[in-house]
Design a protein around this ligand. Structure first.
Ligand SMILES: NC(=O)c1ccc[n+]([C@@H]2O[C@H](COP(=O)([O-])OP(=O)(O)OC[C@H]3O[C@@H](n4cnc5c(N)ncnc54)[C@H](O)[C@@H]3O)[C@@H](O)[C@H]2O)c1
Length: 440
């Protein structure tokens, strides 16, 4: 049998050993899906706290139940370690490390590079490696390939296999999770794609095999760029509607009655999360090396980045209309997660809104049932979530809804507050006729 046939056989009968590099929001759910499908999975992460939690059978990702982790750990299907040398015994490795932006707005490839260099030390014949981190087209071939097989004099597509498969998980979502969201896979060679597809088909319901790693990389960027641009469009619509004196939420609901040709997006205080504000900028950065300016991405990014500032200007106007002054006022921000019902504050526009309110002289507090503490990396401020949310609502001069968590009682909030600025239409029809409530 060829190396490819032997590896595919091991993957199909689930005797292949699996490692996941990076056990965060993407890596842990993926490790669990493979473990539940019957693979022996080893998670490798330099973060000792995560490894220790998993050793105790505890989950630290809200979408993954502790009882699920506990079952996999106690049955020996899932183990975790900070020691990369376990990779020498692995047949299949998936890389799920972060891909943030540098402060300059350029891709920060340091996590991919360090994970690849560690992996490179333990490379061997008969291994399949799949990059899952979202990144610019060409990364798998231009960054991973030279650091892996070439150094080891192994021939890719014959002795070992390399592919890209974007993670599409939407944290907090229950209807589509890692297992039932179709997985796109593209290899460096056709054989690489075949091996990676055989592996993922052992755990994930639908695997869509594309012809190259670049097509798979680009497909993820299309998905996230599509969202970013449509959010930019609807944010600009909100700005235009305010000038026209038209209710943007009513307009969107009306357009959304069209059963075809329209997809609903909603405006808000800005973009957040580890993906939508960042991934398209990986593409526009890459295109600069082709002397091409990705105009839609740059424009949407500009509009979205300005939204916290726009929201604060609307708060100032609304308070002014009510003979209130922001400077010196007590302001309570409700929700700092970047989207409802999750505990992730990465890139959250709430941080910018709070920072801007502070700069205007407001005394800002916040409440978030999912996020007990926040700190602003660059400005250096730190805050704790208020303990008694309704007491703080009563006490505040202004309540600003930044994240529309499901469990907030918006009726009670409107009744108790002196003034509410709702940047998410969380109060919907409740606040429509209330002089106390101003919506984006
Ligand atoms: N979070 C999401 O919703 C989501 C969705 C789709 C795609 N993605 C993409 O998936 C990738 C991972 O994102 P995430 O949200 O899971 O990040 P995360 O920060 O939650 O987890 C990344 C993990 O990688 C670990 N790590 C760092 N350096 C490492 C190394 N050298 N070797 C092994 N592990 C290392 C970190 O300790 C951390 O536990 C990113 O590229 C992201 O864009 C994320």
């Amino acid at each position: 049998m060829t190396t490819k046939e032997t590896l595919i056989k091991k993957l199909k009968d689930k005797t292949a050993t699996i490692a996941i590099l990076g056990l965060g929001y993407v890596g842990l759910p993926l490790a669990v899906v493979f473990g539940e499908a019957g693979f022996h999975v080893t998670g490798v992460d330099p973060d000792k706290r995560k490894v220790d939690a998993l050793a105790k059978g505890q989950s630290y990702i809200p979408d993954v139940k502790t009882e699920t982790v506990a079952k996999l750990v106690s049955s020996g299907m899932l183990t975790a370690t900070t020691d990369f040398s376990v990779l020498k015994n692995m047949d299949a490795v998936s890389i799920c490390v972060p891909t943030p932006l540098r402060q300059t707005g350029d891709p920060d490839m340091s996590f991919i590079i360090s994970a690849t260099e560690e992996l490179g030390k333990y490379m061997h014949k008969g291994m399949v490696i799949v990059l899952e981190s979202t990144t610019y087209p060409g990364t798998t071939r231009e960054v991973l390939l030279p650091k892996l097989g070439i150094e080891h004099e192994l021939v890719v597509g014959e002795d070992w296999f390399l592919a890209f498969s974007p993670e599409r998980v939407d944290p907090g979502r229950e209807d589509y999770t890692t297992i039932n969201t179709p997985k796109v896979v593209g290899g460096i060679t056709e054989a690489c794609g075949d091996v990676a597809t055989a592996w993922y088909e052992g755990a994930i319901k639908i695997v869509h095999h594309v012809s190259t790693a670049e097509a798979a990389e680009m497909s993820k960027l299309l998905e996230n760029t599509f969202r970013m641009i449509n959010i930019g469009l609807v944010n600009e619509l909100a700005i235009m509607c305010e000038r026209l004196g038209v209710d943007v939420w009513e307009v969107i609901d009306a357009a959304a009655t069209k059963p075809f040709g329209f997809m609903k997006f909603t405006p808000g205080p800005g973009l957040g999360g580890h993906c939508i504000p960042i991934d398209p900028l990986y593409l526009s950065w890459k295109m600069k090396s082709f002397n091409y300016n990705a105009r839609f991405i740059e424009l949407a990014s500009e509009i979205n980045t300005n939204m916290p500032r726009y929201v604060v200007s609307r708060i100032l106007d609304a308070m002014n209309d009510r003979s209130m002054m922001l400077k010196g006022s007590k302001v309570l921000v409700l929700g700092v997660a970047y989207k409802p019902d999750i505990d992730d504050v990465r890139e959250s526009p709430a941080m910018d809104v709070i920072g801007l309110l502070k700069k205007k002289g407001a005394n800002v507090e916040y409440h978030d049932p999912f996020i007990p503490h926040i700190h602003h990396e660059y400005d250096g401020w730190k805050m704790d979530s208020v303990k008694d949310m309704m007491e703080s609502v009563k006490d505040a001069d202004a309540v600003i809804i930044v994240t529309n968590h499901k469990d907030y009682d918006y009726q009670a909030i409107i009744e108790s507050a002196k003034f509410v600025f709702d940047s998410r239409n969380a109060t919907g029809k409740l606040g429509k006729n209330s002089a106390k409530v101003e919506r984006l």
